[in-house]
Ligand binder design. Structure first.
Ligand code: ATP
Length: 325
């Protein structure tokens, strides 16, 4: 069982938003649709939800041919970024909404709402109005509402897009844990590589209406199918004819390793827990390096320091020819 999209095409006027997309989204997993803005992620999600129609191609959801089904017949729950919450209804009423329109018994609704509010850690806010919640709490309420009707698939379009970095991170961790509890097939859209790498079991990379690669975060990072995936999923730098990640460049203050390349730190920037260096080598190459603050401090690094660079043991090193730019 899975979500299977086959030969999906979608044009807006002359503009090709999706170009012959074939993708299988595995059941019970947390899958990210990842790619740059305008690549077609939301369009694909909306077609899976039934909110938009493809020009050709098919969508099968967990064994049900869904291409021509309206959204309410697909058994999907969705949360879109500007998802309308019912402002005049309490949190509990918002969560109960889908169950009430399905005319479920009152007791069952009450029980289910309590259970869901507990799951999203909002039990103590059940009588508040959405305007009395923080952005992150409101998103959790929207998720509880989407989960209420026990969808077979949960679709989330940039669920954390409008939130500040700290809340975003908390919600990501929370979504991961929630998914580990309920195991509903979940697809979320993001253009944030880090978010996809951290949260998802599986990532579908979408660019210019095409699927570039599908795989686990490790597969995409370690075995990128092409230049686009490699550079989109992480920064790439060059060191003496190889291409590698800036995190994978080992820095020493003296030449311990045979074949290390000497250079001078031309720029040093501290970002959060990391230090980014630009090193100008004796061969005139500019190498980007990222290391921990602790490591940089231990080496006594500053602008003008002499350093010796080698690829770290176990680094993914790709022949330079294979990398764009
Ligand atoms: P973002 O991360 O910015 O949301 P995305 O990858 O989700 O981007 P889509 O929203 O799927 O991209 O849009 C894909 C392309 O289709 C964009 O160039 C967009 O302008 C265009 N598009 C989307 N919806 C429509 C529409 N209703 N009418 C015309 N063009 C549209």
């Amino acid at each position: 069982m899975s979500i299977e999209v086959r030969g999906l095409n979608k044009k807006f006027g002359d503009f090709v938003a999706l170009d012959d997309v074939d993708v299988t989204i595995p059941t019970g997993q947390l899958t990210a649709l990842l790619g740059p803005s305008g690549g077609g992620k939301s369009t694909l999600l909306r077609i899976i939800a039934g909110l938009e129609k493809g020009d050709s191609g098919s969508v099968n959801i967990e064994g049900t041919e869904a291409t021509h089904l309206p959204p309410q017949k697909r058994n999907v729950g969705f949360v879109f970024q500007h998802y309308a919450v019912f402002k005049h209804m309490t949190v509990a009423k918002n969560v109960a909404f889908g169950l009430e329109i399905r005319k479920r018994p009152k007791d069952e609704i009450e029980h289910r709402v309590q259970e869901l509010l507990k799951l999203v850690h909002l039990s103590q806010f059940s009588h508040r109005l959405p305007s009395q919640l923080s952005g992150g709490q409101r998103q959790r309420m929207a998720l509880a509402r989407a989960l209420a009707v026990e969808p077979t698939v949960l679709l989330l379009d940039e669920p954390f897009g409008a939130l500040d970095a700290k809340v975003r991170k908390e919600l990501r961790d929370w979504l991961r844990r929630l998914h580990d509890d309920v195991h509903v097939t979940t697809v979320f859209v993001t253009h944030d590589q880090e978010e996809a790498m951290e949260v998802a079991d599986e990532i579908v990379v979408i660019n210019e209406g095409r699927v570039e690669q599908v795989g686990t975060p490790d597969q995409l990072y370690d075995e990128p199918a092409n230049d686009f995936v490699m550079s989109f999923l992480g920064e790439v730098t060059h060191l003496g004819g190889v291409s590698l990640r800036p995190h994978d460049v080992e820095v020493e203050s003296s030449p311990h390793h045979a074949g290390s390349i000497e250079g001078t730190v031309s720029r040093l920037v501290r970002i959060g827990f990391e230090v980014r260096l630009t090193v100008l080598t004796v061969d005139g190459e500019e190498v980007s390096v990222v290391l921990t603050r602790t490591h940089a401090r231990a080496l006594g690094l500053e602008e003008g320091s002499t350093v010796f660079l080698t690829p770290a043991a176990g680094a993914t090193v790709i022949p330079r020819m294979a990398v764009a730019g």
